[in-house]
Ligand binder design. Structure first.
Ligand code: 2M8
Length: 440
């Protein structure tokens, strides 16, 4: 696997613009929130200072209320991306910084775990302590933002307001909720997609129907100047996502660890986390299905469909051993294709679902970041064989097809790497997996 290590390193070098690492050349020319976290995890094995700089650049975009935007825009005039700063108009939000320009929605809060791992990999104790001192309060403010503004029913369950906040943009999870949004095309701001200029990615990107709804929501946010209290009352898209909340628990745990090292009082974080774990098991656990579901706060209804996000609360130690075993059976059996062994684990949507689309973005393909999260979660429950299978399948896809954005889960598919090539988190998380072999 030496060649894979060198190739992954080259991808991260090529996507570095001197300030941050782009998720990919062309298609994603700015800095993204959870991408930066995954990228930093990979960089930590190559260049620890650059990993820290990556996080520092991201947190330069943090708002005064603790919110961490899903895009921090770079200043390259040649970077074409929609929606850019002129569309987001976050300068109308009271809490947004004057610079850098940012978007006005967030993404799954992986950053607590990222900083905790960077602490563990720090070249010296002094550098590790300085890192915690720099980031602890920023992370705490981020989590405070979620519990204060994204949990209006005080259940400990954070809600997302836009599919882009989930990171799993066109997941089947969001279909029903988005279908309730009636679009009046005369009212919808005009816009021009830039993503379709990438010929290879264009085939499998979200549809125009999806984009109209994405744009409708952003327009709603800017009309309300990104005011959280108003948006909790009017936004038609308010969903509690098991991936988002599971990752939040994992980062809560990291914050508690960091607080102990720094001698801080962590009681507030412990209480948040206990509430989130409790409510996830009360409200998002689906006993009949044996996995977690998302919950639509507006329709007041669960979304009990087999999306791999329903397995990811494993990473935050949310399920009991018994619940985790129910989820393992879905990985071993036909729900996610563990048997028969004709797919690579783990498709983002069950191959048993009639509307799985093996090539379309978050509606079926394998993604390396959700596989990496699943792997970490399985290890927490000592499910080593399945964890190893997820890791092996991921490395095999990367080795055979390259550092694509997402992959066809069907073994033997004529074309298997989709979206953009040279995708940073595919490379970064590959490095993290390969580094484990070195450590053994
Ligand atoms: C994708 O999302 C962006 C919008 O945020 C897009 O489609 O333009 C998603 O895969 C998201 O999870 C990811 O962070 C982003 C950049 O890689 O691309």
């Amino acid at each position: 696997m030496r060649h894979l290590f060198a190739e992954a390193k080259a991808v991260l070098e090529a996507n570095f613009n001197g300030q941050f690492t782009k998720p990919a050349p062309g298609l994603y020319p700015h800095q993204w929130n959870w991408d930066a976290g995954f990228i930093a995890l990979g960089l930590a094995h190559l260049n620890w200072d650059r990993a820290v700089a990556e996080m520092r650049h991201l947190f330069a975009g943090q708002w005064s209320n603790g919110f961490l935007p899903h895009i921090v825009f770079g200043d390259d005039p040649a970077a074409h991306y929609f929606p850019g700063p002129a569309f987001w108009q976050t300068n109308q939000a009271k809490a947004a910084p004057p610079s850098p320009s940012t978007s006005g929605i967030s993404q799954p809060p992986i950053h607590g775990q990222v900083i905790w791992r960077l602490f563990q990999l720090a070249p010296s104790r002094e550098q590790g302590m300085a890192l915690l001192e720099e980031f602890y309060s920023k992370l705490l403010r981020l989590h405070q933002y979620y519990y204060q503004f994204r949990d209006p029913d005080e259940e400990g369950l954070i809600l997302i307001r836009h599919p882009w906040e989930a990171g799993t943009d066109n997941s089947p999870y969001w279909d029903h909720t988005l279908a309730q949004i009636a679009i009046d095309s005369a009212e919808l701001p005009s816009y021009e997609r830039k993503d379709l200029q990438n010929p290879q990615a264009a085939q499998h990107r979200p549809t125009q129907y999806d984009y109209d709804r994405y744009v409708y929501l952003v327009d709603l946010f800017r009309r309300h100047q990104y005011d959280d209290v108003q948006l909790n009352a009017v936004c038609p898209f308010q969903i509690q996502d098991p991936l988002f909340n599971g990752v939040l628990c994992w980062s809560n745990e990291a914050l508690i660890e960091m607080g102990h090292v720094l001698g801080e009082d962590v009681l507030e974080i412990i209480l948040w986390n206990e509430l989130t774990v409790h409510s996830m098991n009360e409200k998002l656990w689906n006993q009949e299905k044996g996995y977690y579901h998302a919950f639509d706060r507006v329709a007041h209804a669960p979304i009990p469909i087999p999306v791999n996000s329903g397995l990811l609360p494993l990473v935050g130690l949310v399920p009991t051993q018994e619940q985790a075993e129910a989820m393992l059976r879905h990985l071993e059996g036909p729900t996610f294709g563990g048997a028969p062994k004709d797919v690579y684990l783990c498709p983002t949507y069950s191959p048993q679902a009639k509307d799985i689309d093996y090539a379309r973005y978050w509606r079926g393909p394998v993604w390396i970041n959700t596989n990496w999260l699943l792997y970490q979660g399985l290890l927490r429950y000592d499910m080593k064989d399945m964890a190893e299978r997820v890791r092996r399948d991921s490395l095999e896809l990367l080795d055979q097809f390259g550092f694509y954005e997402y992959f066809d889960p069907r073994k033997g598919a004529a074309q298997a790497g989709y979206g953009t090539a040279q995708f940073s988190w595919s490379a970064a998380l590959c490095l993290d997996w390969l580094a484990e072999d070195e450590e053994e």
